[in-house]
Design a protein around this ligand. Structure first.
Ligand SMILES: Nc1nc2c(ncn2[C@@H]2O[C@H](COP(=O)(O)OP(=O)(O)OP(=O)(O)O)[C@@H](O)[C@H]2O)c(=O)[nH]1
Ligand SMILES: [Mg+2]
Length: 328
């Protein structure tokens, strides 16, 4: 289950140019190269694995000694691709609970398959919707049990009772801060619909049994599997500025065509048989239908791509899960 290969996204200037129909949608570019600006992209701030992620990783490593439990938050729509393989190396022997967040945006049958999968692997997992709190009680019950274990341990050593310390980790934009706010019951941590909202670590103390540590999202330095990188791009865990969003949107159309073809008639009112249509042709149809047209009768691919990705991320295209335990 290690993520390997070595391709990531090549940044370009945002435009309304026609996306290429070639297969190499995610261009060859090493992560460390992506941190530099080439002369061609000199006015862009390219932020694949920026310094603050390296710093966060160091902070997580420092704090791991202080915590009792790690909650790894993943996106229920792609639990494998949104799990950072570095985290297991960092966590070592600490108990870890995988939290499949945004369950409201995922296909519930597939979420169940993931929960079963973690069970068979002997990992603890929970699914939650941190906007409504669905699933939260189960998660809290599990943390409570861990608190009790901690008390027993401390008591047996003749030490004073203290709160269970929980570190919340995960890649950008999966909902770490939202979960903390939900547990705390008020807005203690800042949230936002883009990656990189939480900037530094932040302890949130609850009365009684729990102390939570929010951390900024960390990706891993090289996203090696192209399909993993693409899913992260679909879900908004990679800043849009470092991608060719037109290419990402074309890939999303291909995905949707495969896993939910009815969406094109239901949402985009395409009254054609799309089975033999190329993604770009479908994109053109949607753009014309919606009036995303520039002077000169040119399709506004940038507008189309932004809308499509935004709608997908917000769940406007329905509940869609991008991977199952069998497909990884
Ligand atoms: N639909 C839905 N949206 C959610 C859920 N949890 C979080 N969100 C949204 O996802 C976005 C990201 O949430 P954050 O809590 O800021 O994510 P984060 O992991 O702390 O992000 P960084 O600090 O940037 O790494 C926000 O727009 C949230 O409102 C959920 O369960 N369902
Ligand atoms: Mg955050």
């Amino acid at each position: 289950m290690k993520k390997n290969n070595s391709k990531v996204n090549k940044p370009v200037i945002k435009s309304s140019r026609k996306p290429s129909t070639k297969n190499n949608k995610v261009k060859d570019l090493k992560a460390d190269e992506a941190n530099k600006s080439s002369s061609q992209d000199s006015d862009l701030n390219i932020n694949w694995y920026p310094g603050h992620m390296k710093k966060t990783k160091e902070q997580i490593l420092e704090n791991i000694k202080l915590v009792d439990v790690v909650l790894e938050i993943v996106d229920a729509r792609a639990p494998y691709s949104t799990s950072n393989p570095d985290i297991d190396d960092m966590v070592k022997n600490l108990p870890k609970v995988v939290v499949l967040n945004k369950e409201d945006l995922a296909d519930s049958n597939k979420t169940q398959q993931w929960i079963e999968y973690y069970k068979t692997k002997g990992h603890e997992s929970a699914m939650i919707n941190s906007l409504t709190g669905k699933g939260l009680n189960e998660l809290l019950a599990s943390l409570n049990n861990k608190s009790k274990d901690l008390y027993k341990k401390l008591e047996s050593k003749g030490r004073r009772k203290r709160a269970l310390r929980v570190m919340v980790v995960g890649i950008p934009n999966v909902g770490k801060s939202s979960i903390i706010n939900r547990i705390v019951g008020k807005k203690s941590a800042q949230t936002g619909d883009r990656p990189g909202v939480t900037k530094g670590k932040q302890w949130v103390k609850l009365k009684g049994d729990l102390e939570l540590l929010d951390t900024p999202g960390v990706l891993w330095p090289k996203i090696e599997d192209q399909s993993v990188a693409m899913k992260l791009a679909f879900l908004g865990s990679i800043k849009d500025q470092v991608m060719e969003i037109e290419e990402i949107a074309m890939e999303l159309i291909k995905y949707l065509k495969e896993i939910k073809p009815q969406i094109f008639s239901e949402r985009f009112e395409l009254d054609k048989d799309i089975s033999d249509m190329e993604a770009i042709a479908i994109a053109d149809f949607i753009a014309f239908k919606r009036g995303y047209i520039l002077p000169g009768n040119q399709v506004d691919y940038f507008r189309l791509s932004s809308s499509l990705l935004m709608e997908f991320r917000a769940g406007k295209l329905g509940t869609i899960t991008l991977e199952t335990p069998k497909s990884i």
